[in-house]
Design a protein around this ligand. Structure first.
Ligand code: ATP
Length: 244
């Protein structure tokens, strides 16, 4: 196995008395795509926010998150971001009254502060990956279609040049054709070398692009394995893949 980049150890989280995550252990190696599949409320967003350090103020997390071998549990979200972890949240959280290009530039703002002149090159890379964003660079983010908004959210995260990219249900609310496009983009992203933690309800597509998968149920990992094996696992088929 190649170098381990990110690891959670017995990661748990609560919101007051509600237990949202229980003893989750997962591993993401360099260049890998892993997926966490689960129904509504299984704890998927809580998992990503615990790793990012961006849990709601009512939430608390215990256990450990290791990044490049070191615990980041006490690091602030900004520190985790500048060290190479990016999260594309489920609600995209774009600046709707700003243009596509300015949203992208904001994603690279920390690099700008560090006078990292390669920010322009990253912008070109993002536009190569998403020609549709390039065509619409002057358009206000609030007027983009759902699929374009998702592309912009991913593009903005990429502007920070992350080593770990976490995607929270990128296919949510999108039409089937656009969903296909989003998963093709995830496949292309992995070729750029970024390691991806993908959280999805669309289990079939997620398992098709991932190397390894985890099934999360009521905050606990109930099953894990190579994505190719999980696709054929009867329990996964019954609960998450259905027919088709
Ligand atoms: P979905 O697919 O619907 O987004 P999810 O798998 O991402 O679901 P979470 O959003 O992590 O699940 O929620 C897990 C549990 O934690 C749920 O019971 C949810 O109601 C609860 N929860 C999430 N956020 C909060 C919060 N800010 N305050 C209180 N409870 C919360």
């Amino acid at each position: 196995m190649s170098t381990l980049l990110l690891e959670t150890k017995a990661l748990s989280a609560q919101y007051g008395k509600i237990n949202a995550l229980n003893n989750v252990n997962l591993k993401l190696a360099q260049g890998q795509v892993i997926t966490v599949i689960g129904a509504n409320g299984a704890g998927k967003s809580t998992l990503l926010n615990s790793i990012m350090g961006s849990l709601a103020t009512s939430g608390t997390a215990q256990g450990d998150v290791l990044y490049q071998g070191e615990s980041i549990m006490s690091d602030r979200v900004e520190t985790r971001m500048s060290n190479g972890i990016s999260l594309v949240p489920e609600r995209r959280e774009l600046f709707s009254s700003m243009t596509v290009q300015n949203n992208l530039l904001l994603g690279g703002f920390r690099r700008y502060l560090k006078r990292d002149s390669s920010r322009e090159d990253t912008l070109d890379e993002v536009y190569t990956l998403f020609p549709r964003l390039k065509e619409r660079y002057k358009q206000l983010a609030g007027t983009l279609s759902g699929g374009e908004r998702q592309m912009l959210a991913v593009g903005r995260a990429l502007m920070a040049k992350p080593k770990v990219l976490m995607l929270d249900e990128p296919s949510l609310g999108l039409a089937p054709l656009i969903v296909r496009e989003i998963f093709l983009i995830i496949m292309r992203l992995r070729e750029t070398g970024v390691s991806i933690l993908l959280v999805e309800q669309n289990a079939r597509s997620a398992l098709q692009v991932a190397d390894y998968g985890y099934v999360l149920e009521m905050g606990e990992v109930t099953l894990e394995g190579n994505a190719k094996d999980l696709i054929h696992n009867p329990a996964v088929i019954e609960s998450y893949l259905g027919f088709g």
